[in-house]
Design a binder for this molecule. Structure first.
Ligand code: GLU
Length: 475
């Protein structure tokens, strides 16, 4: 992607997160030593292992970092990418701690990574590598339903999670909760409806909630709702694709630019996201897409005129070298850490409003939480009550029709009578989580002295809760 980590990355990723955390901590009175206790990464396990492939041994390096185990299990994805290193995994684990606290998901923060380019290996080879990595983590309880629960992240998805779950089950044949050892599994392996698109759906719900607060919309020099808003999105992977699809198809927003590995494609009237995604799947890039104009310099397209910028690719995409040129008045961080601490400062001075990663992309872990609860309860959500609900609604409608002698139209009847399916309940729980977390955050932003932005506010909310958990208090 034209979004390599810049050479001028002012500080490393972990330090960048810590600078933001420190801003929030400086506004709080925490018990002596608590700030350091929260900030540090508790443990990072590094594993190097060889797998015999294509006739000889290949050595791989992987990590699992536990940032904070004030609550267990600890939670966070496993990333397969060549940029994976200890600094990155620890930064991402820290973000998981704050994210879970902010959206009241009862987990500590963790993250894993394997330094690998998944495109270099066949499916069979990847399965061998993934299972071996999982084995190394499982035997040390670094994957465990009550201690440490991974999920998908960049370069991994349902397929890898199914392999991990299966490996855990083979090694723990009598663990009745084995399926809860990892989330983001396919449905057949104990997954939950709505998990694949959850992070993208969360971005949509976060933006809808933002636009319900006109005071906040005004602060971003915008007005109205999402209808007709011009959006530039970087990265059409799982998160970016679903966010772009839902925002364009359901909210009337115009995705005017998509930035991918080989460049950017733009259309002022709005890109057809499904057609573009199909094109990318077929050709590997956005070049040659007939529904827009191609530009080779993807990074420059981050600076395009728009109403909303959605970085949904790598950390550090908006940094000291380009922050001053960003024109979007509103940024929503779909990726983890896409704006460096230095860039954050520049953007704040420009009056740009940033909906921060720890809130914006929390939809994934929220639905992971629902999946884990489903696994522990061994029953699909809605299975007990759905038909009972339908019966009650149906009899209510019939009674009203009998009493009044008038009839409801069929489409109203169908939608009203339907009991909630698993995906309906997942969406409802996700929407509620995103609304509630935003309201709590904006309240702090608007009322606390010395709280300059939503990011600091989100960290304040999270840190207060983590501090209370460490102190054994209940907030
Ligand atoms: N990898 C995702 C994230 O960064 C999801 C983590 C999870 O579901 O545990 O939030």
């Amino acid at each position: 992607m034209n979004i390599h980590r810049p050479q001028t990355l002012e500080v490393g990723f972990r330090d960048s997160v810590n600078i933001m955390v420190d801003h929030a901590m400086s506004t709080l009175t925490l018990p002596e030593g608590m700030a350091e206790n929260i900030r540090i990464c508790n443990a990072t396990y590094t594993v190097r292992f060889g797998v015999r492939l294509r006739g000889h041994f290949h050595t791989f390096t992987g990590y699992r970092a536990v940032h904070s185990d004030h609550m267990e299990p600890v939670k966070g994805g496993i990333r397969f990418a060549t940029a994976v290193d200890q600094d990155e995994v620890e930064a991402l684990a820290a973000l998981m701690t704050y994210k879970c606290a902010l959206v009241e998901v009862p987990f500590g923060g963790a993250k894993g990574g394997l330094c690998i380019d998944p495109n270099e290996w066949t499916e069979d080879e990847l399965e061998k590598i993934t299972r071996r990595f999982a084995y190394e983590l499982i035997k040390r309880d670094l994957i465990h339903p009550s201690q440490n629960v991974p999920a998908p992240d960049m370069g991994t998805g349902e397929r890898e999670m199914a392999w991990i779950a299966d490996e855990y089950r083979r090694m723990n044949t009598i663990d009745i909760n084995a399926r809860g050892c990892v989330t983001g599994k396919p449905l057949f392996a104990g997954g939950i409806a709505g998990r694949v698109e959850a992070t993208g759906r969360g971005i949509q719900y976060a933006l809808r909630e933002f636009f319900r607060h006109q005071e906040d919309v005004k602060s971003a020099h915008l007005e109205g709702n999402l209808e007709g808003k011009r959006i530039v999105i970087q990265g059409l992977g799982n998160v970016g694709y679903h966010a772009a699809l839902f925002l364009s198809e359901e909210d009337g927003a115009l995705i005017t630019t998509v930035i991918e590995r080989d460049g950017a494609v733009s259309n002022n009237k709005g890109l057809d996201i499904q057609a573009l995604k199909d094109h990318i799947t077929e050709t590997g890039g956005v070049k040659g897409f007939s529904g827009g104009t191609f530009a080779e310099d993807g990074a420059a397209a981050l600076e395009n005129e728009c109403d909303i910028l959605i970085p949904a690719a790598m950390e550090g995409a908006i940094n000291l070298s380009n922050a001053a040129q960003i024109k979007a008045p509103l940024i929503i961080e779909a990726a983890n850490g896409p704006v460096t601490a230095g860039a954050d400062e520049i953007l704040r001075q420009k009056d740009c409003i940033i909906i921060p990663d720890l809130y914006a992309n929390a939809g994934g872990v929220t639905v992971s939480y629902f999946e884990w609860v489903k696994n522990l309860s061994h029953i699909r959500f809605g299975r007990l009550q759905r038909r009972q609900e339908e019966m009650r609604q149906t009899s209510l409608l019939s009674a009203v029709e009998d009493i009044t002698g008038r009839f409801f139209n069929d489409s109203f009847k169908t939608s009203y009578m339907q009991g909630a399916s698993e995906v309906d309940l997942v969406r409802s729980g996700l929407d509620d989580t995103m609304r509630h977390a935003y309201q709590t955050t904006r309240e702090v932003w608007r009322t606390e002295k010395n709280c300059p932005d939503l990011r600091t506010a989100a960290y304040i909310v999270a840190i207060k809760r983590i501090s209370a958990a460490y102190s054994g208090l209940n907030l």
